[in-house]
Design a protein around this ligand. Structure first.
Ligand SMILES: [Ca+2]
Length: 263
């Protein structure tokens, strides 16, 4: 019964969002700018519409043009502990707090969360590709950070060692980027779907990462509360670890395809 209620809630949100997004009698409704997923127990998850487009990925290490051919929805925050617990029934986090990001979870755990939420909502919920993550982090910029080149502004946008007090913080407290995404810089590193490896040499469309990978490591992005060096928080900065490794600085956020029923 709980599942049926969740689906009913999801459908209602989609319907409401579609109405808001398509005033008048336009024959081709724009996708809603925002999705809200009902996770049950009064816990919801908000996602923002990310437009299709092109950008240069990779900074000085293998810059290449990437085309993101379709819009998609991305969680406006890292997945919180309340959200994780609503779907998985557990909370592995070291720093407890309902609105703090879930951490101490592996890439396998994050993937399982997406699978369970997909079943619950009948939508393709998944981890972002590394390209989607960097594209969304940049929010139309080509600067080192989403807020420009000057790392002295990092504290306005990110929890990092200089301001974190050596712990995570509730999501969404710092300034968002231009596309309304919070904590893309800092708080917790974010698992991406892709195997970590060398970038392609030329332009690519909707890349999904290295085919072979490096030791089977998966991509982590964005820096975390424990890092002090501004370089770790650049839009293009990369990290990686194995799929079964957890850490109190590793979390994630999800994406959902725009081709959801009713849109
Ligand atoms: Ca983050």
């Amino acid at each position: 019964m709980a599942t049926r209620q969740a689906w009913a809630g999801w459908a209602a949100v989609l319907a409401a969002a579609a109405l808001l997004a398509a005033p008048g009698c336009s024959s081709q409704a724009e996708p809603p700018k925002e999705l809200k997923i009902d996770l049950g127990g009064a816990v919801t998850m908000k996602l923002a519409l990310i437009p299709a487009g092109k950008f240069m990925m990779g900074e000085e290490k293998g810059p290449h043009e990437v085309t993101i051919s379709k819009p998609f929805y991305m969680g406006v925050t890292e997945v919180t502990q309340a959200q994780y617990e609503a779907v998985m029934g557990t909370n592995p986090s070291h720093f407890k707090g309902a609105t703090n990001p879930v951490e101490m979870l592996t890439w396998n755990d994050a993937t399982e969360f997406c699978k369970k939420l997909s079943e619950k909502t009948r939508q393709a919920v998944r981890l972002p590709t590394e390209a989607e993550w960097e594209y969304a982090c940049r929010a139309g910029t080509q600067t080192a950070f989403s807020f420009g080149e000057d790392p002295s502004a990092l504290g306005d946008y990110a929890w990092y060692r200089a301001n974190s007090g050596w712990k995570t913080h509730p999501v969404g407290q710092k300034k968002p980027n231009a596309w309304g995404l919070y904590d893309m810089h800092g708080n917790v590193w974010e698992w991406c779907a892709d195997l970590y490896g060398e970038y392609p040499k030329g332009p690519v469309t909707d890349p999904s990462g290295s085919a072979t990978g490096d030791r089977g490591y998966l991509v982590l992005r964005g820096g975390s509360w424990i890092r002090a060096d501004a370089g770790a928080f650049r839009c293009a900065s990369r990290s990686s670890n194995g799929p079964s490794v957890c850490d109190f600085s590793y979390g994630f956020r999800v994406v959902v395809s725009v081709s959801a029923p009713g849109l």
